[in-house]
Design a protein around this ligand. Sequence first.
Ligand SMILES: Nc1ncnc2c1ncn2[C@@H]1O[C@H](COP(=O)(O)OP(=O)(O)OP(=O)(O)O)[C@@H](O)[C@H]1O
Ligand SMILES: O=C(CO)[C@H](O)[C@H](O)COP(=O)(O)O
Length: 329
Amino acid sequence: MAAILPATTKLDHAPVMIGVAADSGCGKSTFLRRVLGALGTDVKPGHTAIGEMLTVICLDDYHINDRAGRKATGQSALDARENDFALMGAQIEALKQGKAVYKPIYNHDTGFKDPPELIEPNKVFVVEGLHPIYDQKARSQLDLSLYIDIVNDVKFAWKVQRDVAERGWTEEQVKADIQKRLPDFAAYVDPQKADADVILRYEPSDQGLPYLKVKLIQKKGGPFPMITLKKELQLTGSKPGATLKQYDMDWMGSPATVVEMDGEIDMDNMEKQLEDIEANIVGLAGRPHELRDAMVKLKTSPGSQNGTGLLQAVIAMKIREVYDKLTGR
Ligand SMILES: Nc1ncnc2c1ncn2[C@@H]1O[C@H](COP(=O)(O)OP(=O)(O)OP(=O)(O)O)[C@@H](O)[C@H]1O
Ligand SMILES: O=C(CO)[C@H](O)[C@H](O)COP(=O)(O)O
């Protein structure tokens, strides 16, 4: 079976490719729901989520070995040597050219590789996983790349909360698992944040965990259409309140403009506070109250009260802006 098929479908524009790099369990599902909302489309859940406008490719499918194979090599799935970047790059390039591909499948339930599946052309592809920006070939096909940068203390707090409550792990086991992944994460995943167009970084709040300080780090002169703030904004109400501010910084050698939110929206006064935030943002390019409405719609999803949800919703609207610009929609 050929891994790449000739172009058959005539799209009226080249597919738009969005790369989302993040460690596993970092909230990509929630983020993708926000992107679907901004594009006004939906996908059918399945191994590969596919809709009439957008297809989500999980790059775990390009793991070379199955779980037992990795045990034999002694290498983790984060290790570049465990991922077929040549095939990944060739298939992302083919999809960008409007071709169909037979993409491999890595089955997380069984730990085996399943038979390849046919991926047909679509208007937008989100390629998400550990390494969308790692290899030059795949990276060069992306119209926009996002890195979700979660500092270890935050990752640890979330994982403990989920794995201890829902999966029967002890806190020590969660800690050991994170520690085991750290060297390969630092070697193969984390460096991608230097090359991403936009970085969403989660740190502990100045008021300490569980509150968060979230930074939207927008590289200057790149494909991400930047937002700025009219002024610094303080939101009061229930603890801890929130501060939104903006400043410039050097991000790993690139000049960047950062919009930061530290703290939380008062959920009893959510709509009003979101209106104040939305009115204070310059360059959002949305419909009136779109940000407020998107946040209210997903208010029970993780992060909807803090900067993770707010700035994910902003990025989702920006993905639509990039799509509109590239396709003349
Ligand atoms: N913004 C957030 N604020 C707080 N907790 C979060 C946030 N995003 C994710 N989490 C935590 O992480 C867990 C995983 O989130 P989610 O289900 O969206 O990730 P995922 O899509 O399974 O991860 P991935 O696809 O990256 O493996 C949630 O159950 C929640 O505990
Ligand atoms: O980091 C990961 C990406 O999701 C997984 O650990 C990797 O894909 C291996 O999967 P599994 O643990 O199911 O064998």
